[in-house]
Design a protein around this ligand. Structure first.
Ligand code: ADP
Length: 740
């Protein structure tokens, strides 16, 4: 079939191509057929032997006629069929012409769209020659399209911006180029396109003029950089100014302290105390302002280190206990044992927030007490710190306001209590920075509860450690004779440990209860009255093997009845309570019995250290000398870094190196950082390592880094008082004694 069709097609093509030859062949064939037929018929009819039979002739002629008719009919049918196909083809042809027309129009439209695009469009072949450039490109180049096509024209590059590649392979980059219209920023999108099958792909670059946007962005970024620099300068200025203020303040506070240690008339002592207190208030204010400016400048860097929750809370309550007890207020803490032992976060900042809240609670409370309660929060890993007081409370309309800077609930009340109104603003920002929130519930006259809820992940190290200190008191009865906030928290703790706790605040009622059952322990708060407590202790001898008295640190050294088997100092440490209650009671005089988990008191070391103090400020130098000498150390003062280095070198070469160098950072000639660097460089050659602590009033993180980078071992923040110094030196002295 296919073969026949091919032959036919060839023949048709031949006919189309050589019509004359085809005509000649056709004429020849018709002539031959007609002539052959006529000749055969005439010759056949004339022949003698043909046996012409008119009947047979008629039959033959009619047969031939029928045959011719059949041929004609077939031809006519075929003609009709061909005509129909021709009409169909003509219709199809017309449709094709229409489509062709439409396509041409669409192409025209697309081309004009392409050419008149506002964006620059240019196509380049694999040699980099332009194959197409739209009107915008030609205008920017200042040349006609015909002049550009076929050339390797490109704009002069002034600046190349960052470039990125999209997943589809498109490259995006910005360029600053020089054009006849001036310098322009163009954002290019470049990718390969294949326009003709069989042809290599071409690089299509579409560029948008982003000069205005880029210039605005640059201006904005420059403005931001300038603002940042100004902010940094402001922080730096504040840090410097506060340093300058702290240095003389340090002198005032320190000298005030020293003055108070001398023999003064009561009047003089009052004045000296006023000087010291005012100095301390000023220092607190400067610190708050510095903190506030740091937070404002977004410079609050939070540490992420593991710390023990209960230690933090117990430290805070112990620190505030003297202040609370001076106002005859109770202060107590409770850390829920479902919480992790150690969590990861910024302990120092959290401590600052809680100290501020608990400090306020003491400040605004006249009766009752303050409780610090730590519980799991409402979200996973969230911890809720509640600071509850029984103070003056806060009116509903002031509850939002007090979190704003320099706002106080009641101006008149604030004047009585003092304060700047910055504490809560700072605390709120710190907590927000930690990803948490502070909320307040309060009713005037009924106290206030501040809740700090922050996410604190448990530390992996803490998970490995033992659980919270606890005592197994299952089924045991404990009688707690105490009132107030602390009693309820101790009772809660004892109940968690399985004890059946009975809390009474009246000593007489407690005495009546004693014979009611056999008590594992009786805890008597000395606040019920010293005589009543001692009497109750005696009465409890027959009913409870453990008889503990609860004391404040100030009443700790009072004479206590021998009826007691031990004592606990308020605010109670959970570990101390657990240890006391699980101990086998020995009947010993409580004033001889050491409290089990009290931190060791730091004292003056047996042998003094030889300390080199590099300090240019005369008063501060005098203060350091007095403080260190009083603590039993030998002091040498150097007035600048140069002198310090010389003194250190002299002592080292004499074979009597200093035990410690206290190095002021800002000194004339050679500053503390450089002096330390040089000392460390000498040590690298001669051996040895003298601990060097920076003495600084600067609390900026970068300054701390600079200290460590220079090789310092730590730093002491001014103003220094005896306790801070003693604490820093105690470890060093102990290490030295061990080494001796
Ligand atoms: P300051 O205490 O230095 O004035 P704060 O920002 O810490 O500044 O506190 C702002 C104000 O909030 C206080 O002046 C006081 O009016 C109110 N306030 C804070 N805590 C308490 C509280 N526990 N009880 C009553 N009022 C409080």
């Amino acid at each position: 079939m296919g073969r026949t069709f091919r032959i036919k097609v060839r023949m048709r093509r031949f006919k189309r191509q050589h019509p004359r030859i085809a005509f000649a062949i056709r004429s020849f064939m018709i002539f031959s057929a007609t002539f052959g037929g006529a000749y055969g018929f005439v010759t056949g009819s004339r022949s003698e032997t043909s046996g012409y039979d008119p009947n047979a002739f008629a039959i033959g002629a009619s047969f031939l006629f029928a045959l011719a008719c059949l041929g004609l009919a077939t031809l006519s049918m075929r003609l009709r069929f061909v005509n129909r196909r021709m009409r169909k083809l003509a219709a199809h042809n017309e449709t094709l012409i229409d489509r062709n027309w439409e396509l041409k129009e669409a192409e025209e439209r697309a081309r004009s769209l392409f050419e008149q695009q506002g964006d620059l469009i240019v196509l380049r072949d694999d040699q980099g020659c332009i194959t197409f450039a739209n009107d915008a490109y030609c205008t920017l180049a200042g040349q006609a399209r015909a002049a550009l096509v076929g050339t390797r024209f490109d704009f002069e590059l002034i600046e190349q911006g960052n470039s990125a590649r999209e997943s589809a392979g498109t490259r995006i980059h910005d360029q600053k180029i020089m054009t006849p219209l001036g310098a322009r920023w163009i954002a290019w999108r470049e990718g390969y396109v294949r326009l003709d099958a069989g042809q290599p792909a071409e690089l299509q670059s579409v560029g948008r003029d982003v000069t205005d946007r880029t210039e605005t962005e640059r201006a904005l970024s420059e403005a931001r950089d300038q603002a940042d620099a100004a902010n940094r300068a402001k922080s730096r200025f504040l840090a410097m100014a506060s340093h300058e203020i702290r240095t003389p303040l340090n002198g005032i506070i320190g000298m005030g302290g020293l003055l108070l240690d001398t023999h003064l008339t009561p009047e003089q002592a009052t004045y000296a105390r006023a000087v010291k207190t005012s100095g301390e208030a000023l220092m607190a204010l400067i610190e708050e302002l510095l903190d506030y400016s740091k937070i404002e400048a977004g410079k609050l860097d939070l540490e992420q280190r593991p710390f023990a929750l209960s230690t933090l809370i117990e430290d805070i309550t112990e620190l505030l206990a003297p202040r609370a007890q001076a106002k005859e207020l109770e202060i107590a803490a409770y850390v829920d044992e479902r919480l992790p032992l150690e969590v990861i976060g910024d302990a120092a900042r959290l401590r600052q927030v809680l100290l501020n809240l608990a400090g306020n609670a003491i400040k605004f409370t006249a009766q009752g007490g303050v409780a610090l309660i730590v519980e799991p929060g409402i979200w996973p890993n969230e911890i809720s710190f509640l600071v509850r007081d029984t103070g003056i409370g806060i009116a509903a309309d002031a509850q939002q306001r007090i979190f704003r800077e320099f706002e106080q609930a009641d101006e008149r009340v604030a004047r009585t209590y003092g304060g700047t109104g910055l504490g809560l603003a700072i605390s709120e920002r710190i907590v927000r920075r930690m990803g948490g929130r502070i909320t307040l519930t309060s009713e005037p006259g009924k106290g206030a509860t501040f809740e700090v809820a922050i996410p604190l992940a448990p530390s992996q190290d803490g998970a490995k450690q033992a659980a919270f200190p606890s005592a197994d008191l299952t089924g045991k009865s404990v009688l707690l004779v105490a009132g107030g906030i602390e009693a309820s928290l101790i009772a809660r703790r004892l109940e968690r440990w399985g004890a059946q706790t009975c809390v009474v605040s009246d000593a007489a009622v407690a005495e009546a209860l004693l014979p009611e059952r056999s008590w594992h322990a009786v805890l008597i708060d000395r606040a019920v009255g010293p005589a009543a407590a001692d009497h109750l202790g005696e009465a409890a001898r027959a009913h409870a093997p453990q008889r503990l008295v609860l004391l404040t640190s100030s009443s700790r050294h009072d004479h206590l009845s021998s009826a007691f088997t031990g004592f606990l100092v308020k605010p109670l440490r959970t570990a101390s309570l657990a240890a006391r209650l699980t101990m086998t009671p020995e009947v010993i005089a409580p004033d001889l019995a050491p409290e089990p988990v009290e931190p060791a008191a730091s004292g003056t070391p047996a042998q003094g250290l030889s300390v080199l103090v590099a300090e240019d400020n005369e008063i501060n130098a005098l203060l350091m000398r007095s403080l260190l000498t009083k603590l039993g150390h030998h002091v040498v003062i150097a007035v600048n870094g140069e002198a310090a280095l010389e003194s250190w070198l002299a002592a080292s070469s004499a074979g009597m190196p200093y035990d410690l160098v206290l190095m002021d950072i800002q000194m004339p000639q050679l500053d503390g950082i450089e002096a330390t660097r040089r000392i460390r460089a000498h040590e690298a050659t001669i051996g040895g390592h003298t601990p060097i602590l920076a003495l600084t009033a600067n609390t900026l993180v970068e300054d701390r880094y600079a200290c460590f980078e220079a090789g310092m071992n730590g730093f002491l923040i001014k103003p220094l008082d005896r306790d801070k110094l003693e604490e820093a030196l105690a470890g060093l002295a102990a290490a030295r004694q061990l080494a001796l």
